[in-house]
Write a protein that binds this ligand. Structure first.
Ligand SMILES: [Cu+2]
Length: 179
């Protein structure tokens, strides 16, 4: 048979399926089921995927909420850019702005306390990457990502932008403290 000439046997599809082929179809189908149910299973028991929520919000609204938190709970400023370090109360909503090319403000959280972390971008897409814990989230304008976090280690954690966002992308680094 060739792909140019018509098939020699006109009704070429009406053939019994080979037994071996049936087995492969069954195996492939069962494996597809395993993979399918692994998705919800791993989401709940894998301790890996973040259960994040996303809501619509404008940049101005998000900035206002962040500003309110900064006005109330700033304890000092850091770096030559005078970025406020904020100590919000345990259990509260905390906000982090991503914009060209900085994270604002710096959060100082308490170990073993739960917070609702809100992330949004003011301009373009950025990527929130918390190191060395390797927690990664997309940060996009007009949406806020909300994750419930309970830091279980103390220290200074690095935040880097892992979504290329222009000429100053490599400078878009910050930190998060856990006390
Ligand atoms: Cu960025």
């Amino acid at each position: 048979m060739s792909s140019i000439l018509p098939p020699a046997k006109r009704i070429w599809w009406k053939e019994p399926v080979e037994k071996l082929e049936v087995w492969w179809i069954v195996i492939a189908f069962l494996w597809a089921l395993v993979l399918f149910f692994m998705m919800p299973y791993w989401h709940v028991f894998g301790k890996q995927n973040l259960s994040n929520e996303a809501y619509r919000i404008s940049a101005a609204q998000f900035q206002q909420k962040t500003q309110e938190m900064v006005d109330k709970y700033t304890v000092r400023t850091e770096t030559e850019l005078n970025i406020p370090v904020v100590q919000p109360p345990a259990g509260s909503d905390v906000y982090l702005i991503a914009r060209l090319w900085q994270w604002w403000p710096i959060l100082e959280l308490e170990k073993d306390k739960t917070y609702r972390l809100h992330l949004s971008a003011m301009d373009y897409q950025h990527g929130f990457s918390l190191q060395p814990e390797n927690i990664n989230l997309q940060v996009v304008p007009d949406y806020e990502m909300v994750v419930t976090i309970t830091p279980n280690k103390t220290g200074s954690f690095a935040i880097v932008c892992n979504e290329y966002c222009g000429i100053g992308h490599h400078q878009m680094v910050s930190r998060m403290y856990v006390k």
